[in-house]
Design a binder for this molecule. Structure first.
Ligand SMILES: CC(C)(COP(=O)(O)OP(=O)(O)OC[C@H]1O[C@@H](n2cnc3c(N)ncnc32)[C@H](O)[C@@H]1OP(=O)(O)O)[C@@H](O)C(=O)NCCC(=O)NCCS
Length: 180
């Protein structure tokens, strides 16, 4: 399995992965990701070089976005003074579910963040999705706080999220060829 930076050619694949995830999420009874993700926003993150693709010999297995840019309105000024990297849009294709690929990508992200000098790996999960929040707790994230719409910090836009963080650390995955 390899991990490499996404290019504009991956846009359709990424939109399809997102679509597949949102269909699957419907079967779990959550309202997470029921609105289509805007292609232009996705393209701009690809162009920023922060979207990564995981592929095996046959198909796209997963994607992760890892950025040093915090989403506005979620983290306080004090938190933002601590050097951090943020995981967004982690998706494992259903063909590859149940193999801890998501966990391995969180380790990859923590390793990359550590090497970039970040102390924290942070993320925001869907505010109402308890099973997803438990997933992150199982993967060593500590709950920080839930931001609900209308109380965004720093006077930022109306955003919401269950915030989690875990310290970054070195982790080498022998079975993931890093082509980034
Ligand atoms: C979250 C994700 C990347 C984890 O991948 P993974 O480590 O390979 O783990 P799996 O897909 O096998 O899921 C592990 C467990 O978490 C649960 N889970 C994962 N995402 C979930 C979600 N969004 N809502 C509810 N449960 C979820 C799965 O149902 C599974 O539960 P089980 O162990 O009882 O079967 C993957 O499940 C996924 O793509 N989920 C949909 C997109 C998503 O929610 N991404 C996170 C955005 S913050």
């Amino acid at each position: 399995m390899i991990i490499e930076r996404a290019t504009a050619d991956d846009l359709d694949t990424l939109l399809a992965l997102r679509q597949e995830a949102s269909w699957w999420l419907t079967t779990l009874g959550t309202d997470q990701w029921q609105r289509p993700y805007p292609a232009d926003r996705l393209l701009s993150t690809i162009e920023a070089g922060v979207v990564f693709m995981v592929r095996d010999s046959e198909s796209t297995a997963a994607t992760i976005t890892l950025t040093s840019k915090a989403e506005e309105g979620l983290w306080t000024d004090q938190e933002l003074q601590e050097v951090s990297c943020f995981v967004n849009k982690l998706i494992v294709a259903r063909t590859h579910a149940g193999q801890n690929l998501g966990g391995r990508l969180l380790s990859w992200a923590g390793d990359r963040a550590y090497l970039s000098g970040a102390a924290w790996l942070r993320l925001d999960a869907w505010t109402t999705n308890k099973p997803l929040q438990r997933y992150y707790l199982r993967h060593g994230f500590d709950y920080v706080r839930t931001v609900t719409e209308g109380e965004a910090v720093n006077g930022g836009p109306r955003v919401s999220g269950w915030l989690g963080q875990r310290p970054t650390r070195l982790a080498f995955d022998h079975e993931l060829a890093d082509l980034t």
